[in-house]
Structure formats: structure tokens, C-alpha cells
Design a protein around this ligand. Structure first.
Ligand code: B12
Length: 212
């Protein structure tokens, strides 16, 4: 679809000034919001990452594409919130792991979880271990979710879990993890119950927890 291609290209090229108009046009044309996110925005970010990895794009390019994606999500967020049926309320505490500043994926997970009726406590980026522990004590969530995009800082996951265990809170929460380099195997290695490779699937997994 031409408009999805235009959104893909604007995101890939970091044309953040064009993105608002393009996304509004796509919505006006009746294009499915999830197609805009998955087929255009997320797909473009994947290509940006690949090209960054192979040295064809640089840090400023990634930043511009990230800005374009954020602008697009400002338009889409209210629509995503409105389009799902509220199943049952639960609470999710989520943060990007210590040392990691990526938050686009985490914010998408938040949007989708809120869309499913969850209260989400967002601890932000570069989240130190005690912040998760304090948030569990304060908010009594059913689910604690880690987002991680860097292989190096995902190595902090065992310490995150240890802090929760040491506080005697591990059996009170279901853990979730995700982010581009994360796999089901990675989650299994650390006894993390939920893994999902996109935000919509993450929200579906959260629903299963509160329905049990
Ligand atoms: C945008 C971006 C940036 C932006 C971040 C802006 C921001 N506000 O987030 C900036 C420019 C700041 C940045 C910086 C860096 N980045 Co960067 N970045 C990216 C890029 C291009 C896209 C990430 C993204 O937003 N994707 C789109 C979202 C929607 O996808 P996602 O995050 O994967 O999330 C989805 C799923 O994974 C899942 N999900 C996410 N979180 C969770 C949580 C749970 C619980 C669940 C269930 C699911 C889930 O749902 C999401 C939605 O579908 C990736 C490339 C890539 N392929 O990922 C590189 C990438 C992640 N970055 C990389 C690197 C190396 C860096 C830097 C170290 C670069 C440098 N030399 O300084 C710094 C690190 C800074 C730091 N300390 O964190 C590498 C990481 C390599 C690795 N495996 O370790 C990548 C893969 C690029 C590459 N190919 O080399 N980056």
C-alpha cells in the first residue's frame, strides 16, 4: 500500500516532520493501526538497525528515525488505547534494564498493555535494581517486565532477578522480558515466564496471567 510505503520511507530516512501528516492520512484512509505500527514503523526501525549494524547508517540517523517513530506513536496511541476490549484490570511494572537507554519498544508495550486495560507503572530507562523492588512493594503488580535492546546490558538481568528474590518478592510476580536481541531461550535460561517478540503479543501474554 503506497501510504504504508511512504510511512516506512519517512521513518527510515528520519523525516520526522513529514510523519505526523502521513500517519494521519493513513488513519483517515482507514488503514489498520496495527499495520501502520508493524508493517511500516517497526519494520523501518528494523532496517535502520540492520544498516547501523553494517555501518551504512550512523548514530544521528538512528536518532532521527527514533524521533520519527515517536512522533508517529503520538498520533496512534489514543487509537490503540481505544480499540481493545477491556478484559480485566491488572498492574504491570515495566522498565528498560540498567545501562540501557532504548525506550521505543518499551513504550509500545505500555501502549498495548494500557489498551488492554492494564495499569502500567513505567520506571523509564536505565532502571536500577532497587527501583523495580520498590515499585513491586508500592504497586503490588502481577507482572514485572524488563525491556532490553543491548546484549551487554541484558547481562544485568540475573542481577535484576536476584534483587527481586533477595527482597522475597519473586513468588509474588510473574516476570516478562523482551527487546530485539531477546529470545525464548534467553527467558528460559533465567526462569522468566513471559517472552514475546512484539508489543501486541506481550499484552496478550499479560492477559493470560490475570485470567489464570
Ligand atoms: C532507535 C535505536 C537507538 C536510539 C534509541 C532511542 C530510544 N529512545 O529508544 C539511540 C540512537 C539513542 C540508540 C543508541 C544506542 N544503540 Co541503538 N538502536 C536503535 C534501533 C535502530 C531501533 C530500536 C527500536 O526502537 N526498535 C523499534 C522497537 C519497536 O522495537 P523493539 O525495541 O525491539 O521492541 C519491540 C519488541 O522487541 C518487543 N519488546 C520490547 N520491549 C519489550 C519488553 C517486554 C517485556 C516484552 C514482552 C516485549 C518487548 O515489543 C516491541 C514492539 O513490538 C536498534 C536496531 C534494532 N534492530 O533493534 C538499535 C540497536 C538496539 N542499538 C544498538 C546499539 C549498539 C546502540 C548504542 C550502543 C550505539 C552507540 N555506539 O552508542 C547506543 C546505546 C545507548 C544505551 N546505553 O542504551 C544495537 C544493539 C546491538 C546489541 N545486540 O547489543 C542495535 C541492535 C543496532 C545494531 N544493529 O547494531 N539506539
Amino acid at each position: 500500500m503506497a501510504i504504508l510505503d511512504d510511512i516506512y520511507n519517512a521513518t527510515f530516512k528520519g523525516n520526522y516532520k513529514d510523519i505526523d501528516g502521513l500517519v494521519k492520512k493513513a488513519v483517515g484512509d482507514g488503514i489498520n493501526v496495527h499495520d501502520i505500527v508493524n508493517k511500516a514503523l517497526s519494520a523501518a526501525m528494523l532496517e535502520v538497525g540492520d544498516k547501523f549494524g553494517s555501518g551504512e547508517l550512523y548514530m544521528p540517523d538512528m536518532l532521527l528515525s527514533a524521533k520519527a517513530m515517536k512522533e508517529a506513536m503520538e498520533v496512534l496511541k489514543p487509537l490503540i488505547k481505544g480499540d481493545s476490549v477491556l478484559v480485566e484490570k491488572g498492574t504491570v511494572v515495566i522498565g528498560t534494564v540498567k545501562g540501557d537507554l532504548h525506550d521505543i519498544g518499551k513504550n509500545l508495550v505500555i501502549t498495548m498493555a494500557e489498551g488492554q486495560g492494564f495499569k502500567v507503572i513505567d520506571l523509564g530507562i536505565d532502571t536500577d535494581y532497587p527501583k523495580f523492588v520498590d515499585a513491586i512493594k508500592e504497586h503490588a503488580p502481577q507482572i514485572v517486565a524488563f525491556s532490553g535492546l543491548l546484549t551487554t546490558t541484558l547481562a544485568n538481568i540475573p542481577d535484576h532477578i536476584k534483587a527481586i528474590k533477595d527482597a522475597g518478592l519473586r513468588n509474588k510476580v510473574v516476570l516478562a522480558v523482551g527487546g530485539a536481541p531477546v529470545t525464548r531461550d534467553f527467558a528460559d535460561r533465567y526462569g522468566i515466564e513471559i517472552y514475546a517478540d512484539d508489543a501486541a503479543s506481550a499484552a496478550k501474554e499479560f492477559i493470560k496471567v490475570v485470567q489464570k
